[in-house]
Design a protein around this ligand. Structure first.
Ligand code: GZL
Length: 339
């Protein structure tokens, strides 16, 4: 073989050897073009860490809204190739705290938490902070003295939702009606604030009065049971139902119909969430209005995760805009509803 040929072969051999050694020495391939010595871990073209692992502590599956939120977050994780560890707490705060501790032990890159109630989170959030794991709150807030214990809260403005429901009812009844209220989960941010916003409005109208108020825990079955008790004690005295979510409103509608009353006609029904079943109830003339509270928080949640994992900052609060929908538009928009 000619000397020149041997020389070329040697150069080719040395190039291949260099490539193989370089590739092995950094225990993994960098896909962003960073050199093996750089501190950057494996990253994708977008600069997001390729192998992000996220723990999601979800409250449960108490309502259509909650199930829609869970689907949105799971679908978004899948779409972004993010490994999502999901735990359903069955409505129990202690199960959520246990899940967060497990995520910390697993050294996840970020934690998404939908806190069932506002209080009792400091100890476990301090553990996450010590472990340098950012916590993204979705859909409900926490009551903590030190807001550095979480990275951001992505949620609607529940006080404003309560105001919108109150303003609609005041207009529909000329500021005079006896109301029964189905509250959400006790001590939960949406229950506290939806009550606050609604009462802020109705106190402007002497003729509007809440004659009964009790929790239905955001579920259809409990909303129906509480409404049956309200009907038993107040009967035809009831002129309107204010439900903190659509699932309890649908339960109340079932109870009113079983008692021979006409929800949406004899008794106004106004609620919050904007789930498809509420739009159907408006098309059927049984629900008068619902205030949308968008549960499709997956994209916003993982935008925050990817920014935080890349060392970027995110706003402390990301407010999801809401609006009210009434019977007259329900038929036109129901086909476009995404949850
Ligand atoms: C609102 C969310 C509430 C919904 C209910 O962000 O926390 O919890 O309004 C759900 O349907 O159960």
């Amino acid at each position: 073989m000619k000397k020149v040929g041997k020389g070329i072969l040697l150069v080719v051999f040395l190039c291949i050897a260099a490539l193989v050694i370089g590739g092995c020495s950094n225990q993994g391939t960098t896909t962003s073009g960073t050199t093996p010595e750089s501190p950057a871990a494996d990253t994708t073209k977008t600069g997001a860490k390729k192998d992000i692992v996220v723990g999601f502590s979800q409250i449960g599956a108490e309502s259509d809204w909650r199930r829609a939120e869970t689907k949105s977050i799971r679908d978004e994780a899948k779409a972004r190739g993010i490994d999502l560890k999901f735990v359903d707490a069955q409505q129990k705060k202690e199960n959520q705290i246990k899940a967060i501790k497990t995520f910390i032990a697993q050294k996840v890159d970020a934690i998404i938490l939908a806190p069932v109630v506002e209080t009792g989170w400091e100890p476990v959030l301090k553990e996450a902070k010590r472990a340098k794991i950012p916590v993204i709150l979705v859909d409900r807030g926490v009551d903590v003295a030190d807001d550095s214990l979480y990275a951001t809260l992505i949620a609607s403005d529940f006080v404003e939702e309560g105001r919108m429901a109150g303003e609609w009812l005041a207009k529909a009844t000329d500021g005079s009606c006896k109301i029964v209220e189905l509250q959400g989960t006790p001590e939960a941010a949406p229950a506290i604030d939806r009550k606050k916003g609604f009462e802020e409005i109705i106190k402007k109208y002497p003729g509007m009065k809440i004659i009964k108020s009790q929790t239905g825990d955001f579920s259809r079955i409990n909303g129906k049971a509480v409404m049956e008790a309200f009907i038993k004690s107040e009967g035809k005295n009831i002129q309107a139902v204010y439900a903190h979510n659509d699932d309890m409103a649908i339960g109340a509608i079932q109870a009113l119909e079983a008692a021979g009353m006409k929800p949406g006609k004899d008794v106004f029904v106004v609620s919050i969430d904007g789930v498809k079943a509420a739009f159907q109830a408006m098309v059927d003339g049984k629900l008068n209005a619902t205030v949308e509270c968008n549960p499709l928080l997956g994209p916003l949640a993982f935008d925050a995760v990817e920014k935080l994992v890349n060392g970027e900052s995110v706003p402390k609060k990301i407010v999801v805009e809401d609006k009210i929908f009434t019977q007259d538009v329900a038929k036109n928009v129901i086909k476009d509803r995404k949850y």
